[in-house]
Design a protein around this ligand. Sequence first.
Ligand code: NDP
Length: 245
Amino acid sequence: MNLLVTGGSRGIGRAACVLAGARGWNVGVNYTQDATAADATVEEVQKAGGKAITLKCDVTQEDQVTEMFQEFEKAFGPLTGVVINAGVTARALPLAEFDTARIKKVLDTNILGAYLCAREAARRLGQSKQDNRNIVFVSSVASRLGSPFEYVDYAGSKGAMDTLTIGLSKELGPQKIRVNNVRPGIIATDIHEHSGDPDRVSRLGNACPLGRPGEASEVGEAIIWLLSDKASYVTGALLDVAGGR
Ligand code: NDP
């Protein structure tokens, strides 16, 4: 599979890239700021048995998104899979205390970025003749929990992503392109550093029915299954990987 992972340099995206490498897939590792992390991910993918390149692109910028997909296809040939994973959150606060710049950053990255990447993917996957072509969105259980007093901007962006998944699966199904979505719960990654609460991961993670936070690789495994031809009859699915949260 020729797989592009947005936000592939760290956390859940990195885990998905390395697991894809272990299957011998070609992987495009997207990042926007941290080139060192992206290089480290490429090395891990290669060690696992795959081929990989870094792709610097801010997913909120239309021109950069187009160039990223072009660069990927120049390196590996026609795209067959995309994981739309790049995402941000911000400090845990009630909505009344959000400033506008924060709301814009969260919505631009998580939902405008997802639309721009999904549009580019739909155009390119539609032209490919490969059997197994698909898109996996990385949403969040926040889309159904709402995350009050924390991140209602983030939760809303993920709600939009869930609806996009369902709509796009219906649009692209007739072209045999599958579109699915994983919704992680509390996963131990750097994203929680923005919350301003150093105990957040253990406090919320330990409170879920399975009694612990998740690992990025546990979400990565679900992503890889959805991408693979083992999930050949699965489309429009929203799969919670959240320890029951
Ligand atoms: P991390 O903070 O560990 O990684 C985020 C990744 O996104 C990095 O590779 C980062 O690259 C990239 N990124 C951020 N902004 C942009 C941008 N504008 N353009 C391109 N890349 C960007 O986060 P996680 O791995 O935890 O999160 C991945 C996804 O999983 C997100 O969508 C998040 O909402 C979702 N999720 C995470 C949960 C968790 O508990 N961890 C729970 C539920 C959902 P760089 O470092 O270069 O900026």
